[in-house]
Design a protein around this ligand. Structure first.
Ligand SMILES: Cc1cc2nc3c(=O)[nH]c(=O)nc-3n(C[C@H](O)[C@H](O)[C@H](O)COP(=O)(O)OP(=O)(O)OC[C@H]3O[C@@H](n4cnc5c(N)ncnc54)[C@H](O)[C@@H]3O)c2cc1C
Length: 421
């Protein structure tokens, strides 16, 4: 015999809060017969009105910080653009950035939250036992892809409307987009990197179609790209860690066999990856001199995977909105796009671009945290006065504020010095 009390809203509240508190939470009696012949006795109860004081204790009654238009509120960013951009360019991009700031505030950030709340799930089999390896993403994630195209977040850099300033303008948009993007900034980093690699190869005819998709402003055409380097022996040392091999086919294409252990944005349309070409005697060259760069589509026109099996999605601590997978390549059809043995050198363009995106994301996160802290300090009252009137609190925010311009200036200097145009 044992007593089972059902408490609303959490059946586990007896464990968490103790019985007294549980009773105050409107408990009801419950009587039934448990499995294996055990009798569950009736706990006589009734709805108990929850005291007002308790209710208050359960809820955080603070006014939420609500930063406004990120572009208009970022004095440092605006002063940088005013100091550096030619007046005509400044006039045009300022208007566009103000509009983008409004779109971020009203439309994009809520979608970003949806992505946070609905991470991708992996469906390996269909209802009839067929292996489908379907990575299911939420509608907000799909919408982010469309928005990225509409806003030209990749296209801007390659259209060069503003000559070399296009990269700066693109970086500013990515910076504003980053913390609202629900993790979509990651696929964009790799997409930009892939477009840069293809451009640096002179946009060969066989890659023209891919380049057009990667740099499109048309949401129906826009592609994202993955960057598959890390294998199970590690990520930093790809020269020694890459086991994937490429076998040449009579039609000049290659088939890839191997295990890519950390592939982010696994729902992407294409990928660039490294592999070792198998020679006529069946041997491969070790070290970085044995690595070549390949282009492949992830799925065919019928959405079937390109001889790829998804082993699982990673259980990550962060960036959970984005599908990062372990992939088996079981003869994936691919095209060699670098000179043989020049894979690492060729993919370096991609790494340089994704590194810049990483810096943009890091500085954008600093900016977002400071904006929230500042806003909150204007609203939150503690010990009888607003947070902003507490010297120690303001000292902490001031220290953060000082570090941010430093980080922003390093980012901008990097863009000026190493502009990858
Ligand atoms: C969220 C997430 C997403 C990822 N997405 C992708 C992806 O899409 N595609 C992909 O290919 N990979 C991806 N990775 C893998 C990532 O790129 C690797 O984790 C990275 O390359 C480091 O490799 P590792 O984890 O094997 O670390 P290790 O190579 O084991 O390195 C361990 C530590 O040693 C340090 N170290 C290594 N070599 C040196 C050296 N020579 N000198 C000094 N220090 C050194 C490293 O900095 C690191 O701190 C992702 C990882 C994460 C966390």
């Amino acid at each position: 015999m044992f007593t089972l009390a059902l408490c609303r809203p959490r059946a586990t509240c007896r464990l968490r809060h103790g019985w007294d508190r549980c009773q105050a939470w409107s408990c009801r009696g419950f009587s039934t017969t448990a499995g294996q012949g055990q009798q569950v006795s009736l706990q006589v109860g009734g709805d108990v009105e929850m005291p007002v004081a308790r209710r208050e204790a359960e809820t955080l009654f603070q006014e939420r910080p609500e930063p406004g238009n990120q572009y208009l509120e970022d004095a440092l960013l605006r002063s940088y653009l005013e100091a550096h951009l030619p007046p005509k360019v400044l006039e045009e991009v300022s208007q566009e950035l103000e509009g983008f700031g409004n779109r971020l505030l009203t439309k994009i950030r809520p979608l970003g939250w949806e992505c946070e709340l609905n991470p991708p799930v992996f469906r390996q089999y269909d209802a009839w036992g067929q292996r489908v390896d379907h990575i299911v993403t939420c509608s907000a994630w799909k919408r982010m892809k469309e928005i990225a195209a509409e806003e030209g977040l990749i296209a801007e850099a390659y259209e060069r409307r503003y000559s070399n300033w296009s990269r700066v303008y693109q970086a500013v948009k990515l910076y504003l987009f980053s913390t609202a993007s629900g993790g979509f900034n990651c696929p964009l980093a790799m997409t930009d990197g892939a477009a840069k690699v293809i451009e640096s190869l002179g946009i060969p005819a066989s890659l023209k179609n891919a380049f057009d998709h990667l740099t499109s402003r048309d949401p129906r055409k826009f592609w994202t790209s993955g960057q598959w380097m890390t294998e199970r022996r590690g990520g930093s040392d790809v020269a020694n860690g890459t086991e994937t091999v490429a076998r040449k086919q009579p039609d000049g294409t290659y088939r890839l066999y191997g295990f890519k252990w950390f592939t982010s944005a696994a729902d992407s349309d294409m990928a660039l990856t490294l592999a070792r070409i198998v020679d006529a005697e069946g041997r491969v060259k070790q070290g970085s001199g044995g690595l070549s760069l390949f282009f492949l589509r992830v799925r065919d026109e019928e959405e079937k995977l390109n001889s790829i099996q998804v082993q699982r999605l990673k259980e990550k601590l962060g960036t959970r909105q984005m599908a990062t997978a372990e992939l088996w390549l079981n003869g994936a059809k691919a095209e060699l796009i670098s000179a043989e043995g020049r894979g690492v050198a060729s993919i370096s363009n991609m790494l340089n671009i994704t590194r810049i995106h990483n810096v943009i994301g890091a500085v954008a996160s600093m900016r977002r945290m400071i904006s929230l802290s500042r806003e909150y300090a204007l609203k939150r009252v503690v010990f009888g006065k607003l947070l902003k009137d507490h010297p120690l609190h303001m000292q902490t925010i001031a220290r953060m504020e000082v570090r941010l311009p430093g980080a922003e200036l390093i980012l901008k200097k990097q863009k000026e010095d190493k502009d990858p145009q």
